[in-house]
Structure formats: C-alpha cells, structure tokens
Design a protein. Structure first.
Lengths: 413, 75
C-alpha cells in the first residue's frame, strides 16, 4: 500500500505569534521573537534571552482543572492541535480507531519536573503532586490530544530531541501511507524555558550568551555563539489524499518525502562531515522524486551553533551536489523564533507549506556577517519572492537524530 | 474558617465552579474529581492545616473529606 498524504489542518504556537497566519506574517516580516527571559529570574544563569510565547492563556483551550494538570508543553501542543483540527473539519468524518496522534516533544514537562524537585527538597516527598508523573511524561501531549478528540488509533510520540517534531510527522506520513491510519494529528510541543534547563544547556555551551536580541540567534553568521532557547508547538492534521478530497477538505500541501538517520557519532555533536544529515536529505528527496533543476526552498535546522551550521551546509552540498546546492533558497527561521527544540521541526514544516503556497521564502534575520564556511544562499535579512517546486525542512537532534521532510503544493486533481 | 468552608473553597477554585454548587452531600465523582484530584486536594489541605490525612481512606462525598479533616485535626 502506498497512499498519498496531505496536510488538511495546521496549528502554531510560537514566540512570533499564536495561530498559523499570525506566525507566518511575522516570519515574512522578519519579526524577532527573542527577548529577555521572563519565565524565571535568569540572574543565576549565563543566558538572559529566550524565545517565549507571549500572551498565552491556557484557559482559552482547557477548563481550569485540565489546564492546571497539563504542563506548559502539553498546553502549547493542545492549543496548536485545536487550531489544526478545527481548521481541518475532520472531526466526525473518521472512524475513531483510524484517527491517531503522533505528537512528540524533546523533553516533556520540564517546568513540572523542576517545580516538583524543588518541593521534594524544600518540603519533602509527601508534597510531590499526584500529577507529577502524568504531567512530565513525554507522551502526555499526545495522550491529551487523543482524549480531547477521542482519536483511538495508535498514539506514538517521537522523542528525538530537536528532531522530535519532524520525526513525528514523518512517521505519521508512513503510517497513513501504509494503511495503519487515515488521519493523524502530528507535530511537537516544547516548553523548556526553566532555570535548570537553561543552566543545563548553558553548561553544554549550547546557548548564546548575547544580551542584545538582535545579536542572539545568528544562524550561518560568523558571529554566532549558540542557539536561543525557545518554546512553542506546531501541529499538522495529516490525511490520506483520497478521503480528504472526497470530503472536500482544504488541502495545504502534500508530504512527499521523509528521510531519517542517526549519526551514531557523539552524544551532542553532529558528524563534522554532515554525512548522516545528508543521507536523511537524500532519502527525503528520493521519496519526493526530486529532479535536479527543480526550485527548492530549504527550511534549515540552522540553530546558530558553531558546529551545526557548517555541518548542515556540508550536508546540503552532499545531498544536492555542489552546483544544485548553490541554487537552493535556504533560510533558518530560528533566527526569528529561536529554537523550539522538539516543536521546531513541526513549526518549520508549516513554514515550508506556506512558502510554497505564497511563493515566498522567509528570511534569515540578523545575518550580516556570513561565515565563509557557510557559503550558500540563506536569504539574509528580508523575505524573498520566488516560486518553488519543492520545500524541505531539516531537523537534527542531540543523540545524532536527523530527519528531513519534503513537501509539495497540493496535488492538482 | 471551618473544615467545610476550606474544602469547598479549595474545590471551587480547583474546578473553576461556584461555591453554591458544593454541599456536604455532593459526591466528588459528580464534580469530576477523580482519585488523582482528591489526592492533590488532600495534599493541599494537609499543607494548609499542618495535619496528616490517611490517604488510603475512601472518600466519596465532601462530607467524608470534612470528617477526615476534623478527625486528623483532633489527632
């Protein structure tokens, strides 16, 4: 069985806006979502900036009791799922056992973990909440979305650090393609802006220490000094093509390829030659029937760490060949949003679908001093109009996880 | 504040409902309070009152919770 899989709903909760169109307009305008950390007092950590979701009210999406028993990570995922599922109009059209939820997260309930660990130290074991475990486990965003919509098909979240959102979508595509489900809510959520989390990423020297938001998230720029931690969620409703057409659903794009590999090299560093990432891109391009000469938009992983941006540039050159790689239109929207870890890939897949829809590549903002080792076209500073045949989204996670999604316009039927 | 007031206020704020919806005979299940919710409620009350409540006790109604608090407070 080899069925086609299309996107019939999208939802986004990001540091540059809540709601897909708000998010997309911000990206096109090159809005910077990086700002002073407000989730906690950063006086004791080295980073003072993050990409926080502003003005998020969980009570718009959940009752008081449910919201208080859902970690911020799951609240974001649920909010994005509600936007995507309502837009899709799929509820009531599908056998519950043929509808599934593949929503991943890099870490899970970081805020809840931290608050309960503080309670353990300050007040003792008797004060650990009965909701501690259900609120922190990384599969609970998927569980909560399944409960909300009564979707009883397999709910298997990907947990592949910063590739989680992309792996979740890719695995969901395969599940629909091969007949295990007809509709899957897929994507990722993350809420990692806590003191322990930022201190942990700092200890790895993964985060930038800049104090000026315009000098913080600097993908492919030689001044880059690490990523900016951010939070949010991205969700797609994926659906088998024929049933989507039959019920008259609006189609936002088709996921035509997915590649996934593991570097098997180092806990956190990417393979310097980019070979693992390149193979994921090659697999996605093959599934997408990519032909040299096609106009391709690449939403890069582009974290702004010293190692990633060079390795990713190499990977793109290996996968496309040097000549075609120079024709790619590449941007890192993490320059605007910061790095939403397990949510990033899903949010960036949405950016790819919209780049194809609107014939525009969002920019890599702040890119004023290109790194000579990052010598491709990264659409610096302002968005660029251009018609693309194919869009790909790269996501690479600690642990060596590489995932690439390939997206085309809705099929002309 | 007596035990009933404490319990009903804690429940009302937790559930986002009006105090008038809670009486001594209200069943916890009716309010949508499951076993995890009631464990969390008792923990909050323990902390507020500085008492220890026997967690294994079956509590079906608001009255059961109030009685348990009164018993623990006397202990």
């Amino acid at each position: 069985m080899n069925r086609r899989v299309v996107i019939t709903g999208m939802g986004a909760v990001t540091p540059v806006g809540i709601g897909v169109e708000v998010f997309w307009n911000s990206l096109k305008e090159g809005k910077c979502g990086v700002d002073k950390i407000e989730r906690f007092d950063p006086v004791n950590v080295k980073s003072s900036l993050s990409g926080e979701v502003k003005d998020f009210d969980p009570l718009k999406y959940q009752e008081v009791k449910e919201a208080s028993h859902t970690d911020r990570c799951g609240q974001f995922a649920l909010a994005a799922a509600i936007e995507a599922v309502e837009q899709s109009g799929v509820v009531g059209t599908v056998d519950p056992f043929r509808a599934a939820v593949y929503v991943g997260t890099g870490i899970g309930g970081f805020e809840t973990t931290e608050s309960n660990c503080r309670k353990l130290v300050e007040k003792g074991a008797r004060r650990i909440s009965p909701f501690f475990i259900p609120m922190i486990i990384a599969n609970m965003p998927a569980g909560s979305i399944a409960i909300k919509y009564g979707f009883q098909g397999q709910a298997t979240p990907a947990v592949t650090a910063c590739a989680s959102g992309s792996n979740a979508i890719g695995e969901a595509v395969r599940a629909i393609r091969h007949g295990y489900a007809d509709v899957i809510v897929a994507g990722g959520g993350e809420a990692p802006i806590t003191e322990a989390s930022v201190a942990g990423f700092n200890a790895m020297k993964a985060l930038c220490a800049a104090e000026d938001p315009k000098l913080a998230s600097l993908p492919f720029d030689k001044r880059r000094g690490g990523f900016v931690i951010a939070e949010g969620a991205g969700i797609l409703v994926l659906e088998e093509l024929e049933r989507a057409v039959k019920r008259g659903a609006k189609i936002y794009g088709e996921i035509v390829g997915y590649g996934a590999t593991c570097d098997a090299y180092h806990m956190t560093a990417p393979r310097p030659d980019g070979a693992g990432a390149a193979q994921a891109v090659v697999e996605a391009l093959q599934e997408a029937n990519y032909r040299p000469g096609e106009r391709v938009y690449v939403n890069a992983h582009g974290t702004g760490t010293a190692l990633n941006d060079i390795a990713e540039t190499k990977a793109l050159k290996i996968a496309f060949g040097e000549d075609e790689a120079r024709k790619l239109t590449i941007s890192s929207t993490k320059s605007e949003t910061g790095h939403m870890l397990g949510a990033a890939g899903a949010v960036e897949a949405i950016a790819c679908a919209l780049a194809l829809r609107d014939n525009i590549a969002p920019p890599t903002i702040n890119l004023l001093e290109p790194d000579p080792e990052c010598d491709l076209d990264y659409v610096p500073l302002t968005a660029r109009e251009g018609e693309f045949d194919l869009a790909i989204s790269n996501s690479f996670g600690f642990g060596g996880h590489n995932a690439c999604l390939a997206i085309r316009r809705p099929p002309q039927l | 504040m007596d035990a009933f007031q404490l319990v009903s206020r804690a429940l009302a704020s937790r559930l986002g409902i009006d105090l008038s919806e809670i009486s001594l005979d209200t069943e916890l299940m009716e309010l949508g309070v499951d076993s995890l919710d009631s464990a969390e409620l008792l923990m909050e009350l323990e902390e507020k009152l500085g008492i220890e409540i026997e967690a294994s006790k079956q509590m079906k109604t608001v009255r059961d919770v109030v009685n348990e608090i009164d018993r623990a407070a006397k202990a």
